[in-house]
Design a binder for this molecule. Structure first.
Ligand code: AHR
Length: 509
């Protein structure tokens, strides 16, 4: 292998804080994410607490899940929360029209979700219904969740067995209002977002961060409409705060058209690069949506929330097309690492991101076998775990100098992706070699501090499509990386073809 690039990091120039919420999750009533994934019911043979799978919770605790978005997605704008409280056997049923047209029995509802958040140690991000719900319904939900006194909704919560109010720091004002959430035009939705958000009140000391349903991919006009809808950002006479505090954005990585998105595990070398190039497009999308927001909000008071991202492949053969169940390979792991590098660079505006979705749906962390119940950690899971050191760290710019690039889709994809952060006297440097079959060695040019102890980990496999199964659960799993040496400029790091490496360096002034 030859030296292909230098990664320059100024250890003494910390930038914006990387919110741990950039490592957030998303769980929708979709396929086997909730039912069979998180929730098996109290009568299951699978060990559970209140119906929630203990093995899933334990695996996710290693990821330090900062927040969990629920109940959708498209499902959120069909969901009526009062159907999901009270004795389970008395809960009304509904049709889940978006996802498989199956009957939903509402056995997982508000109390079950809040219990799940407590077990995970995650903040709740509840997504309300604008498309088919009322203002009153949304207003009563936040009252039910967060109010302490004997108000009607607080009393109803107590009747259902929960005395103390919960904390709900994040609330979504509908989802994909331009599509499944009501097929609205931007200005029409903006008015509704202002109206609905007004009634998502702060009860007691629960302060809600309201997230308006934002743009799809490169719909910059949608972002502009929502920013205009904020008026003077709470700065006008008589206006104490803005109606919503953030806007969302959705972007999925796929290699084919909607009708044939490509296989999760059978792909050509070309499709490998196309996927990574489309993942890297997140850099452009974050830059351009941020630029639109800067025009209205130069002080960056309004947050950008990428509350759906990840790969979207064809479903696995023999599974329900509406359940979006897909395998997850080393390629997905590198799609994730490329996203995280961009997230770290944009942490001044990007305040939260949520992978779609945590279990058994799209780019999942965990897959559960429908027959045996066996749990598998995906390559993507391992990237999340390897990156926990970036949570709430200060970003450091990582300048990649001299990396080869490939031209794909009219975009230039650098073959080395990198980002860095510093926390508690250690720098964490993320390095991805996107070459399908070429090993590389990079120089880590670490400036501005003395270096102490170094540890490194690597995630790779012989094959770009390697993935984990119940029979072979650790085909892709991180191990200690031996290929790190001292160098006059800092360190020299071997990056085998298609690998993800994290280097943790002790930093002394
Ligand atoms: O994550 C799957 C779906 O993708 C969500 O329900 C929806 O918001 C998006 O279109």
């Amino acid at each position: 292998s030859h030296e292909s690039a230098r990664v320059v990091v100024n250890l003494d120039l910390p930038g914006s804080r990387i919110s741990r919420h950039l490592y957030g999750h998303f769980a929708e009533h979709l396929g086997r994410c909730i039912y069979g994934g998180f929730f098996v019911g109290e009568d299951s043979d699978i060990p559970n607490e209140g119906g929630i799978r203990l093995d899933v919770v334990e695996a996710l605790r290693a990821l330090q899940v900062p927040n969990l978005r629920w109940p959708g997605g498209c499902f959120a704008d069909d969901y009526h929360w009062k159907d999901g409280i009270g004795p389970r056997e008395e809960r009304p049923r509904m049709v889940n029209s978006h996802w498989g047209d199956v009957v939903e029995d509402n056995s997982f509802g508000t109390h079950e979700f809040m219990q799940l958040c407590e077990m995970l140690g995650a903040d709740a991000y509840v997504n309300g219904n604008v498309g088919s719900g009322t203002v009153r319904e949304m207003s009563e939900w936040i009252e039910y969740l967060t109010r302490a006194d004997d108000s009607p909704m607080a009393a109803l919560r107590r009747e259902n067995g929960r005395d103390e109010p919960w904390k709900v720091p994040f609330f979504g004002i509908g989802n994909e209002a331009w599509g499944c959430g009501g097929n609205m035009r931007a200005d029409a939705y903006t008015d509704l977002a202002r109206q609905y958000a007004t009634y998502v009140r702060d009860h007691g000391d629960n302060k809600v961060y309201r997230i308006a349903a934002g743009a799809n991919v490169d719909d910059y006009k949608w972002t502009a409409a929502l920013m205009r809808g904020l008026g003077c950002l709470g700065g006008c006479p008589g206006e104490s705060s803005s109606p919503y505090q953030a806007l969302s954005l959705h972007y999925y990585t796929m290699t084919g058209p909607w009708a044939d998105k490509g296989s999760a595990t059978e792909f050509t070398e070309d499709e490998w690069y196309v996927a990574l190039s489309r993942a890297f497009r997140i850099e452009e999308l974050l830059t351009r949506h941020s630029t639109v927001m800067d025009g209205y909000d130069p002080d960056k008071r309004v947050g950008l929330v990428l509350d759906e991202w990840g790969t979207w492949w064809n479903v696995e053969e023999g599974t329900n097309p509406g359940f979006l169940y897909q395998q997850n390979s080393l390629r997905d792991a590198l799609v994730a690492s490329v996203h995280f590098d961009a997230f770290h660079r944009h942490s001044d505006r990007l305040v939260m991101a949520n992978i779609a979705q945590t279990v058994n749906v799209l780019q999942a962390m965990l897959l559960t076998d429908p027959e045996s119940g066996a749990l598998v950690k995906t390559p993507t899971y391992h990237v999340f775990e390897m990156n926990t050191g970036h949570h709430d760290a200060d970003s450091l710019e990582a300048h990649v100098v001299g990396a080869e690039t490939r031209e794909i889709d009219g975009r230039s994809l650098p073959m080395i992706s990198a980002s860095a952060s510093i926390k508690d006297g250690r720098a964490l440097i993320s390095l991805s070699n996107l070459e399908a079959s070429e090993d590389r060695t990079v120089t880590l040019d670490l400036r501005g501090a003395e270096l102490g102890s170094v540890t490194a980990r690597i995630l790779t496999a012989a094959d770009t499509a390697a993935h984990n199964t119940p029979e072979n659960p650790d085909a892709v799993a991180p191990v200690a990386h031996e290929g790190v040496r001292a160098h006059a400029r800092g360190l020299e790091v071997d990056l085998p073809a298609h690998s993800y490496v994290t280097v943790s360096v002790e930093v002394t002034a």
